[in-house]
Design a protein around this ligand. Structure first.
Ligand code: TRP
Length: 337
């Protein structure tokens, strides 16, 4: 890339829903860490999305701050990236209202995540839950992001954001960049340690199924020792060995070793040795993350300065774009000063 070339922009949002698992880290955050040197990135903790399902206010506040600290702990640099809290930049909500008027009821009713969540939260199918994808489109379009790193489950939402952008552009000229999904190549799918045919998820009822980024070394070792494998006692990557395959993937990501190197390393050895090695590799991978996160969380002033400064930067970018958008839809320009 030429030095003079303007960098492309990346936006991603992450929900402050409790702790993050090693699966989220390997599948998503490591990619963000790699992207920070190649793109102009915005990483946003989406507390406004979070309240579409009931939250305990005190917990939401804690989780928002600890997630921001954790992202820094994972190696995202708040000097390089715009890392902030969604509700601190009111332009997200404002654009979301405008985009509501360019989104069809039918489109939102077809969203599979809305249907799933309506079933899960049948006592609270609120308008925000229905409108969730429009707020997400606003997050992305507000900054004219070129790329949006997302998992499979968010593809439909991104497709909707593209449709909204195109529809708006058809009415008003080229206002929005139509964003592209950025689907990670590696480390995409880390499976449950207890039921390796299921994705690792922090909402699993069995805490032995997942590793949280801030889990203590003893807990990590214990969970790997209990990880489900098979009765073959061969460290080989093969169809039908989902438990072993998963542990090999994890070990590979944690150590940088290839699958065939791992097969050689454990040839003739049992699962006991293998699980211990995987556990130790993960402990070492997560140790600096936990230590850095704990440091950041202890230093409230630093954390506050990070999110204050970055929200101001985001807000400036957002406002510049919104001024243009307001004009396009026919609002009277806000008097200055
Ligand atoms: N809906 C996303 C998720 O649950 C979070 C999100 C909100 C997001 N706004 C975004 C992701 C904008 C990418 C871009 O994972």
């Amino acid at each position: 890339m030429e030095v003079t070339e303007k960098r492309q922009r990346v936006f991603s949002g992450i929900q402050p829903s409790g702790n993050i698992t090693m699966g989220n880290y390997m599948g998503a955050i490591t990619n963000w860490v790699a992207m920070q040197d190649l793109y102009d990135c915005l990483f946003c903790v989406v507390d406004m999305h979070a309240i579409t399902v009931r939250q305990d206010p005190k917990k939401l506040r804690e989780q928002t701050l600890s997630l921001l600290a954790l992202l820094i702990g994972c190696g995202l640099d708040p000097e390089k990236n715009i890392m902030y809290i969604q509700s601190h930049v009111p332009q997200h909500a404002e654009l979301s209202w405008i985009l509501n008027c360019y989104t069809m009821y039918g489109e939102l009713s077809r969203m599979t995540q809305f249907k799933d969540k309506s079933q899960k939260h049948a006592d609270n199918i609120n308008a925000g839950l229905f409108d969730y994808p429009v707020l997400m489109a606003a997050d992305i379009l507000l900054y004219n992001a070129d790329y949006v790193p997302i998992g499979e489950d968010q593809k439909q939402h991104l497709e909707l954001a593209r449709n909204i952008a195109q529809r708006f552009n058809n009415h008003h000229g080229e206002v929005f960049t139509v964003p592209e999904p950025y689907i990670p190549k590696v480390g995409g799918r880390i499976m449950s340690l207890a039921e390796p045919d299921k994705k690792m998820s922090k909402s699993d009822t069995n805490p032995n199924a997942y590793i949280l980024l801030l889990d203590k070394p003893d807990d990590i070792m214990r969970k790997f020792k209990r990880a489900v494998t098979d009765s073959e006692a061969k460290v080989e990557y093969r169809e039908g060995k989902s438990g072993v395959n998963n542990l090999m993937t994890i070990y590979s990501v944690a150590t940088g070793k290839s699958i065939s190197e791992i097969e050689n390393e454990f040839a003739g050895k049992g699962y006991g040795d293998f699980k211990t090695a995987v556990g130790e590799a993960v402990v070492e991978m997560l140790r600096p993350i936990r230590e850095k996160t704990e440091d950041v969380l202890k230093n409230k002033d630093y954390l506050e300065s990070v999110y204050a400064k970055n929200a101001a930067l985001a807000s400036r970018l957002a406002e510049r774009n919104l001024e243009k958008i307001r004009k396009k839809v026919g609002f009277v320009a806000k008097p200055r000063g």
